[in-house]
Structure formats: C-alpha cells, structure tokens
Design a protein around this ligand. Structure first.
Ligand code: C2E
Ligand code: CA
Ligand code: CA
Length: 318
C-alpha cells in the first residue's frame, strides 16, 4: 500500500507481520525502547502473531543482504511531496527509504530499518541515502527542501551533525535545504544528548522537525525543553478530523505551534476536506497521499515540472 512504483511482495506482507510481532515481543521485554514511538498505529491493529518458523532464517538472510544492499545503493530514497497549504505550492519532499531487493522486490522501511538499527548499519544506511538524495536534488529548483528521517539511535551520536554536513558540503548542497526529522521516541532515552545534537544541527543551519508529534509520552515537555523548526503532526490526528474532539485537538496543536514559533506540517492528508480544514486552522504545510505518494527520483522530477507549470512564481528559500 505504501510502495508505489513496485509490486509489493507477499513475503513483505508476511515479514511485516512477523517483524511487528517480534517488535511487540521486544517491547514487552523492555528491550525495544527505541521503537516504542513508531506512530503507525499498526502495532495495535495487527495481532501479535508468533513469528513463523522460517522467519529467523529469512531475517538472517536479510541481515546478510542488508550490508550489500546499502553498499550497492539497492536502498534508495523515494520522495513524497510537501506543500504550503495556503497556496498549494510545492515546498519540498520527504525522503522515505525503499529497498529494491534483487529477488524480493520492493521492501518497506518498517522491515529493514529495525534490522539496520539492530545490526549497527543504520548510520551507513542514513549516509548512503543522503548521498543519493544529494545527487537527485541537484536537478531540483533551489527553493525545494529535503526532509530526511534519522533513527532515534542516531540522535545520541555526537558526530551526527558533522557527518551530515560533510556529505552536504561534498555534494554542494546548502545546509539550509536539509530538514532532519526526529521522532519523539528519540528524545525519551537521552534528552541531554538529543539537545546537543539538535543544537549542533541548527547551529550548522540544518533545520530540525519533530516527527509524529503528539504520539510520544511527553510531547509538551519536549516542546518546552527543545527548539524545533517544524512540528509534524502525526497522521492519526489528521484522520480524526471531522469529529468534535479531533477538530478541537487539532486546533489546539496548531495554536500551540503558532505560539511557539514552530510551523506545523500535517501528515496523512488524504482528502480535500482535511486539506481545507488544516488550511483554515492556520496549519502551514501538508503532506499525504492526496498530494502524492512516495515516488522514485525520476517521478519526483516529473512532479516538480508539473508543479512549476501550475504555479510558476518566484519563491523564497525556506
Ligand atoms: P514517517 O517518517 O512518519 O513517514 C510517513 C509514513 O506515512 C510513510 O510510510 C508514508 O509513506 C506514509 N504516508 C504518507 N502519507 C500518507 C497518507 O496520506 N496516508 C497514509 N496512510 N500513509 C501516508 P513509509 O514510507 O512506509 O515509512 C514508514 C516509516 O519508516 C517512516 O515514518 C519513518 O519512521 C521510517 N523511515 C522511512 N525512511 C526512513 C529512513 O530513511 N531512515 C529512517 N531512520 N527511518 C525511515
Ligand atoms: Ca518522517
Ligand atoms: Ca511521521
């Protein structure tokens, strides 16, 4: 469902359930803290089935494949458009990783990101994706931003900001075009380390967004402690629009972001009604299937050309 541009293998569906089941077991064991903040909500809707017999073998095979997949650039950034809600102008894309596995087809990040985290390959994966994205972005107009996801495990890495900067400079990309998305779960384990990383990223001119806002344990606490350039409201809140409680909560979040000087991006916009409501509430940016699903680099170029044709205006870099 989230893998346009490639047939999603049956294996992926089965493995996803197995991975979720394994994740649930880890969480119960208290060992999966860094995954608690995954905001898909899927963990609650998919029953925690015992992993099938073949899963350990498959996982071992995938672990072995992953190193090769990273070094051979089999894992590629797909790009999902982000728009300014007031004008419907394209302002940037979020990079969402897809593994073009030579035998298994397209594999979703929910499967391989946890493996990359567990095997210590998450930094290499992140940097490989950014390098590829830098190549893609050279063909984009300069006002478009790139948002990347970093794993909660990476936030405590004191060298993260330096490594990202090195890649940007090596590829001639201005730091101001990069937005690093951090989930709230990243802040739970070590707020002090997260603060150092966020400060260092922002001092370097890289923007920082708080992803899946509202799903963490202490969202408001984090807003008092840390300064973000954007708040991304989790799509579960967008889906609740149209109900009295849903509308009230959304209005409060948008007002909160406004008061703190942190523009809001609404995730998971699928209908014109949702887009209209968010615009009326004063939400700055929107992202969701209504505007476009995550797409390969070539399709993103076509998307950009179409967006430029429908809104050919001078824009400020933001
Ligand atoms: P996320 O960062 O919250 O990304 C948004 C997810 O919501 C994406 O799933 C996207 O395809 C999906 N989505 C976007 N719009 C809609 C919509 O309108 N409706 C619905 N139902 N879904 C929508 P995806 O691509 O499967 O990514 C899942 C998660 O995997 C991401 O959640 C992110 O946490 C993680 N991820 C993806 N790429 C990377 C990466 O390169 N590095 C790291 N560390 N994590 C990544
Ligand atoms: Ca994200
Ligand atoms: Ca999100």
């Amino acid at each position: 469902m989230r893998a346009p541009g490639g047939a999603r293998s049956i294996w992926t569906g089965i493995a996803r359930r197995a991975a979720l089941a394994a994740g649930a077991a880890l969480i119960h064991a208290g060992a999966g803290l860094h995954r608690l903040g995954r905001a898909d909500g899927d963990a609650e809707t998919v029953p925690a089935l015992p992993a099938p017999d073949y899963e350990p073998h498959d996982r071992a095979q995938l672990e072995a494949d992953l190193r090769r997949g990273i070094s051979e650039d089999e894992i590629v950034p797909y790009y999902q458009p982000i728009l300014a809600l007031g004008t419907n102008e394209l302002v940037g894309f979020e990079s969402l990783a897809r593994w073009r596995h030579p035998h298994r087809g397209i594999i979703d990040p929910d499967i391989f990101i946890p493996i990359a985290e567990d095997t210590g390959a998450i930094n290499d994966l992140c940097f490989a994706l950014l390098r590829q994205a830098c190549g893609d972005i050279r063909r984009w107009p300069p006002h478009l931003t790139l948002s990347i996801n970093v794993s909660p495990l990476q936030i405590c890495d004191s060298e993260l900001s330096l490594r990202l900067l090195q890649i940007l400079y090596a590829n001639g990309l201005a730091p101001g075009r990069l937005i690093v998305e951090i989930t709230e779960s990243a802040l739970i384990a070590n707020v002090a380390a997260a603060r150092r990383t966020i400060t260092s990223l922002r001092n370097a001119g890289i923007k920082v967004a708080l992803d899946d806002f509202g799903t963490g344990y202490s969202s408001l606490h984090h807003l008092r402690e840390l300064q973000f350039d954007r708040l991304k409201i989790d799509r579960s809140f967008t889906q609740a629009l149209g109900t009295s409680a849903g509308d009230t909560i959304m209005r409060a979040i948008v007002d909160l972001g406004g008061g703190l000087g942190m523009p809001i991006t609404a995730e998971g916009i699928e209908t014109a009604e949702q887009a209209g409501t968010m615009d009326q509430l004063g939400c700055a940016y929107g992202q969701g299937f209504m505007y476009g699903r995550p797409m390969p680099a070539a399709d993103a170029l076509v998307h950009i050309a179409q967006a430029e044709q429908s809104a050919p205006r001078a824009r400020a870099v933001g």
